[in-house]
Design a protein around this ligand. Structure first.
Ligand SMILES: Cc1cc2nc3c(=O)[nH]c(=O)nc-3n(C[C@H](O)[C@H](O)[C@H](O)COP(=O)(O)OP(=O)(O)OC[C@H]3O[C@@H](n4cnc5c(N)ncnc54)[C@H](O)[C@@H]3O)c2cc1C
Length: 245
């Protein structure tokens, strides 16, 4: 077994909820690791037409790639593996994978849709069985076990990508607040928006001047042109019961 690598947050599940949560925690300075087995159910969608911001829809596998790239850019690490166990420790959790990696972390965000088996070793997790399994949470994604959160479909959010992404963000903000991070909002504003009104720059916010804004827009346009230059190479994924392999 490899040595225990510490992190602040381990996000279990890198679908829409997990990747969005990771983007928020990483942007705010928490060492964030996403462990994902690569089977987001969104991969089965044929063409995603109700995710805001894409008026002609988007290939869902492309969207997942973009969400992953955004988490990377925010500073999150990503590992392809299956989490097999989470155990509580005096100061957080141990997370184990099927590759025998072992991580110590202060927080766990579970975002695994209906997969809960790896939480068996954590006392106090409320698992709800309604044909599919879900984790019981409060309205901000807290499970009742300090430091353990559930996000997206796993927290019984409606089975829609944008809702699950939004919930990932909400859970991450909740975690930042619970961690007592200095945090007001994750906002980028124009130069002087706060400070020219005699206000300090609120924690979590950033002001950018006009050259910097233009540079960020240029980089964004370049990235999006590259990513949308060609059709996404991944094959369409169907229901496991319909697969021939
Ligand atoms: C055919 C189909 C079409 C759909 N079309 C739409 C649509 O048009 N619009 C819409 O809004 N929604 C659509 N959805 C629903 C949408 O895909 C889900 O609501 C959304 O993906 C849920 O997000 P999530 O992050 O909670 O779960 P997921 O995106 O499924 O992510 C869960 C992740 O957890 C990982 N995981 C699970 N167990 C482990 C483990 N032990 N260790 C590590 N990783 C693990 C999985 O590999 C997966 O990547 C569709 C779903 C299907 C099946």
């Amino acid at each position: 077994m490899s040595s225990t690598v510490p992190s602040d947050v381990v996000v279990v599940g890198g679908g829409v909820a997990g990747l969005t949560a990771a983007t928020f925690t990483a942007r705010h300075g928490l060492d964030t690791l996403v462990v994902d087995s690569g089977e987001s159910i969104l991969r089965r969608n044929a063409h995603l037409e109700n995710f805001p911001g894409f008026p002609a829809g988007i290939n869902p596998r492309q969207l997942l790639d973009l969400l992953g790239e955004q988490a990377d850019g925010a500073g999150a690490e990503r590992l392809t593996a299956t989490v097999t166990a989470v155990e509580t420790t005096e100061d957080g959790f141990h997370v184990e994978t099927d590759d025998d990696d072992r991580f110590h972390t202060t927080y766990v965000v579970a975002a695994t849709k209906n997969e809960v088996g790896y939480l068996d070793g954590v006392d106090g997790v409320g698992v709800v069985d309604r044909g599919k399994t879900f984790v019981d949470t409060d309205d901000r994604g807290r499970t009742g076990v300090d430091g353990l959160y559930a996000a997206g479909r796993l927290a019984e959010k409606p089975h829609q990508a944008v809702v699950c992404a939004g919930h990932g963000a909400e859970v991450a903000v909740t975690l930042l607040e619970d961690d007592d991070r200095p945090f007001y909002h994750d906002w980028v504003a124009t130069e002087g928006y706060f400070t020219d009104r005699g206000r300090d720059l609120p924690p979590g916010c950033e002001e950018v001047d006009e050259p910097e804004r233009r540079e960020r827009e240029r980089a964004s346009l370049e990235t999006m042109r590259e990513r949308f230059d060609d059709a996404h190479p991944d094959d369409q994924v169907t229901h496991p019961s319909l697969r021939e392999d």
